[in-house]
Design a protein. Structure first.
Length: 319
């Protein structure tokens, strides 16, 4: 059974996006106690894409246990297809997130990650991967093999979503990251990721370095300071959308989902500066909606359209 299609290709439409990476249970610890949510950066991206109306499949590694069933039901509620081979573990991974007063989160992980590889029967329009799944052995090697098979046939997007507690040495992690970058079209990372990977470089220098490794577009998000897009033809700063913060869980993943939606809908226009401006503002709006709600709760397509229209109207009235 291949992993870039579904169990019965005749029973499901061809996927626009396949997401490859971990799904886990976020155990959120606050001053009021613990609450569990389905999570994991790639699973959040897949869920966000489903909420935005994108035909999406997730290849992951969970168990057929209570937490795994909750994750599967959560994904299904957004229309996301859990791809064959994803129920491969004996215990569904978890991450305990402790929230600070400003809504930021720190994590402790209980996770194992493994995938088998088989040649894909067909390729989606976009393949997204990232986070723990691209660094943690033995599954990271399988993810890299998939990218090697797919990168000449579809767009590849990558978010390293660095979790230092789960990585080996800095040199090993950077080497893994840079090998994968060469197989991608878009790399999205946070300013924290960028500074961890390249502590001696400015964000602009890091963006240029990543472009030099072979990707076509580098996006660095900077929280309330917005984000910056760098390509061979553009260097654009996108302001953040001001909002009240409940917590930051899933904000970067929601941003990534909206980026992918933008590339799906504007793909024939490439990475022209005007396209990047629009895609960036849409992604910023998606992240703003997510941070003002508890947990990884990304917008629907209708909510995102409404937020973008409100932003555009405000910009027009202030012009």
């Amino acid at each position: 059974m291949d992993y870039l299609t579904t169990a019965r290709p005749d029973a499901h439409p061809t996927l626009d996006v396949t997401v490859v990476g971990e799904a886990l249970t976020d155990v959120v610890t606050t001053s009021h106690g613990q609450v569990e949510h389905p999570g994991g950066s790639p699973a959040n991206v897949a869920y966000g894409l489903g909420r935005l109306g994108v035909t999406t499949g997730l290849l992951t590694a969970i168990a057929p246990d209570v937490r795994g069933t909750a994750i599967e039901n959560h994904l299904r509620s957004a229309g996301v297809v859990l791809l064959p081979g994803s129920k491969s573990l004996t215990r569904t991974p978890s991450a305990t997130a402790t929230l600070a007063p400003d809504g930021s989160a720190t994590y402790e992980f209980d996770i194992s990650w493994d995938l088998a590889t088989t040649p894909p029967a067909y390729f989606p329009k976009i393949l997204h991967t990232g986070s723990i799944a691209t660094f943690l052995s033995p599954g990271a090697a399988a993810v890299k093999a998939l990218l090697e098979q797919a990168h000449r046939h579809c767009m590849i997007t990558y978010d390293p979503n660095i979790r230092p507690a789960l990585l080996g040495s800095h040199a090993e992690a950077k080497a893994i990251f840079e090998e994968l970058v060469a197989l991608t079209d878009v790399v999205k990372l946070s300013d924290e990721d960028a500074r961890w990977l390249y502590p001696r470089k400015s964000l602009g220098e890091t963006a240029a370095h990543i472009l030099g490794l072979g990707t076509r577009l580098t996006v660095i998000t900077k929280g309330a300071e917005g984000s910056q897009f760098a390509s061979a033809d553009a260097n654009i700063n996108i302001p953040a959308v001001k909002t009240t913060v409940a917590d930051t869980i899933g904000a970067g993943d929601s941003y990534m989902s909206a980026l992918i939606l933008g590339f799906l809908t504007r793909g024939t226009e490439g990475f022209a500066p005007a396209v990047l401006e629009q895609v960036g503002h849409t992604a910023a709006a998606a992240a703003a909606i997510t941070v003002r709600r508890p947990g990884a709760n990304p917008p629907t397509l209708e909510e995102l359209h409404a937020a973008v229209e409100a932003h555009d109207s405000a910009q027009y009235s202030n012009a």
